[in-house]
Design a protein around this ligand. Structure first.
Ligand SMILES: Nc1nc2c(ncn2[C@@H]2O[C@H](COP(=O)(O)OP(=O)(O)OP(=O)(O)O)[C@@H](O)[C@H]2O)c(=O)[nH]1
Ligand SMILES: [Mg+2]
Length: 439
């Protein structure tokens, strides 16, 4: 399905969004998630007709929201001639069936949940062969339990939000066909994975350090990669603009070449089948040397986005990688990033750099920090040892690699590459370059 078809066919799709506050899902969380759902709908090409939230101890087993609310929802849909209802929480196949039946006796109102909407956006944005296969696989895995006893009914779903993508025509087929298709897709993805692994091994052999640019969707990852490397990746104010990892070479100031990879964005409540379908693309994070974690510090939800991102990094098995935090969109923060609530998450200053990928602010410092981390905390700096500290100067030769020495009136200046330990040991002797250097 192309963007053009989308614009013609679905751009005007209006929907009612439904959220649920429960014992486990507090009001605040629900509000944030509903706002995000609205942005997801916007990205999918739809608009919000109305939002409805119910407070309930636990979700109703039959219809998620209570029966009174279902009636209210039906009235709302009929009044506005709305054909699409999107639930912010996950719905079981039975809940979807019950809701669709009770909202409209002709079954003309379609009910989807947050996961299906995300899948729909993924289908719209997948461009590479691998991306398309992954989306189709995720869609089919999602569809199969929902087909139970409803093999023929699926055909009425036609086009529209929640049904797009390469899997669309196959949804009309029976389960057995879908199962065969899933097996074929899994085989195709496995062979692409194997090709990716071979590529990765070659890169590893070359010893080129790898940096994965990771973060919440819309944080500015692609904009940053474009600013650093002129990669020309699509960056836009939409969720999940990037689905396929793009890798570009980048030279650090000292000439060291590294590989920077843009990755698919994270989001709260990312459906598990999506994580597993996109595992091979997300795996870039596992095989990286350094994670460059981009945060949108202008977003009031920055702190919770950071915790979601960290949790997903853990889940992918990359929790032990060194992380450099890029506090992006600092240009939008009038009062600095202190207010953004990032600090409580323990992003200690050494590993955070305020930047604006858009204006270029802070990028030089970011690259310098990145270089330090890649060189394992090593820095090349000047030390000055006064005449009474010549013994310490001799020691420095043991702990660091001295590149140059200048003997000046006020002492010995040594220019050396020192690791973290040596920098700590000799911190009292750190110095500006000697005057003869500055000239
Ligand atoms: N003001 C401002 N806007 C920025 C900055 N960096 C990125 N943006 C904007 O933020 C939006 C999202 O940027 P992207 O680079 O597409 O974000 P992403 O993290 O790659 O997003 P996904 O690929 O969707 O996960 C775009 O509209 C950018 O122009 C920044 O430093 N300042
Ligand atoms: Mg992107």
């Amino acid at each position: 399905m192309t963007e053009q078809q989308n614009a013609e066919g679905f751009a005007s799709a209006q929907a009612v969004l439904v959220g649920l506050i429960t014992r486990e899902r507090k009001e605040e969380e629900c509000t944030i998630s509903m706002q995000e759902l609205e942005r997801l709908l916007d990205t999918a090409g739809g608009t919000v007709y109305a939002k409805m939230v119910q407070s309930k101890e636990t979700p109703d087993i039959r219809t998620c929201i209570g029966s009174g609310k279902v009636e209210e929802l039906a009235e709302l849909c009929h009044a506005g001639n709305i054909k699409l209802v999107i639930f912010d929480c996950d719905l079981s196949p039975a809940q979807i069936r019950n809701l669709e039946k009770e909202l409209d006796e002709n079954g003309e109102i379609r009910v989807i949940d947050r996961s299906m909407l995300i899948l729909d956006i993924f289908a719209l944005h997948a461009t590479s062969a691998e991306g398309k296969l992954q989306v189709e696989l995720a869609q089919l895995n999602y569809t199969i339990p929902r087909l139970a006893g409803h093999g023929t009914e699926m055909s009425r779903l036609g086009g529209g939000i929640g049904t797009r993508g390469p899997g669309e025509s196959k949804l009309e087929s029976d389960r057995r066909h879908i199962k065969r298709r899933i097996a074929a897709l899994e085989a195709d993805i496995r062979s692409l994975e194997a090709a990716r692994a071979t590529q990765r091994k070659q890169r590893e052999k070359s010893g080129v350090p790898k940096v994965a640019v990771v973060g919440y969707t819309n944080a500015g990852k692609s904009t940053l990669l474009n600013a650093l490397t002129g990669a020309g990746i699509l960056a836009e104010n939409k969720l999940f603009a990037t689905l396929d990892p793009t890798t570009r070479k980048f030279s650090l100031p000292d000439g060291t070449e590294i590989l920077l990879t843009d990755t698919v964005g994270f989001i709260r409540n990312l459906p598990h089948h999506l994580i597993s379908a996109f595992r091979s693309t997300l795996e870039e994070v596992v095989y990286t040397d350094v994670i460059l974690l981009v945060l949108d510090v202008s977003d009031p939800e920055c702190a919770s986005q950071l915790s979601v991102t960290k949790q997903l990094i853990e889940e992918l098995g990359a929790g032990d990688k060194p992380v450099l935090y890029a506090l992006n969109k600092a240009d939008l923060c009038q009062n600095g990033t202190e207010n953004a609530g990032v600090r409580p998450f323990g992003t200690d200053n050494a590993d955070t750099v305020e930047i604006s990928a858009l204006t270029g602010m802070g990028l030089t410092q970011l690259v310098e920090r990145l270089a330090e981390i890649i060189h394992n905390g090593k820095k090349t700096v000047w030390f000055r040892f006064g005449h009474d500290a010549q013994a310490q100067a001799a020691q420095l030769y043991k702990y660091a690699s001295v590149l140059r020495a200048e003997y000046v009136d006020d002492g010995t200046y040594l220019y050396a590459t020192a690791d973290k330990k040596a920098l700590g040991m000799f911190s009292a002797y750190l110095s500006e370059a000697p005057a003869c250097e500055a000239e």
